[in-house]
Design a protein around this ligand. Sequence first.
Ligand code: SF4
Length: 269
Amino acid sequence: MVRVGRIRCKTLMGRSGIEDVDYAINPYLGCQHGCIYCYARFMGRRNHPGEEWGTYVDVKVNALQCLARELPRKKRGVVLLSSVTDPYQPLEREWRLTRGCLQLLLDYDFPTNIQTKSVLVLRDLDLLQRFSDIEVGFTITTIDDEIRGIFEPHASPVERRLEALRVLSDSGIPTYAFLGPMLPYLSEEGLEGLLRELAQIGVDRVLVDRLNIKAGNWPPIRRALEENFPHLLPSFASALRQGSKYYEGLRLKVSSLARELGLPVYFCY
Ligand code: SF4
């Protein structure tokens, strides 16, 4: 059960350090998806010390008023929805803050990049189709839904994400798949099939990232491994060391498959 709070923000559009992104918009603090490996858990340190990531979400109740005030004053640039929350987590169905942000971004014609793990994004297809510059990406760390259930317990099943990518792509929306963080050995299950499906859907690009240990994400990852894949723990941990051969091998494997399939692939590590 997620505890839902209400907060007021001073600003909504934050400058972003992410490559090719100028601003990030996060209508919620916290994330119901509660991914085990999530780096965004540091966001709760001030308002929710000691509370488990995924068990609370604060709704920024004045988000749309802030954005309406900020947009006319900002230089046009690429906006990412979202960087430290999922803009289409279940609460969005009721609060519609992401939809409200999209309406405003559309009014000011800001290029927009949506990244999510939820098929709720399809609700806003009518708006997405009206943007002059839009891109929608789904994060996929594994095609195996049992592994997904362990590491991303409350996000949409992988098959449904792929179906949603297909609907978006067939509707003329530029799409991408963010394969990250790639979990050593586990994300390789069915990887070739996943890349084949992405090529068949016609995503415009595939981004691949490694798993980094930061923001306190190692204890929950280790717990999940001990409970479900204890035999994998030593090799998983050693693959995570900076400069380990594991991720270089993965890069070669993905590059070669992507080349064969004609999929544009970019590595974030
Ligand atoms: S969906 Fe994204 S922000 Fe939400 S818990 Fe998962 S990784 Fe974190």
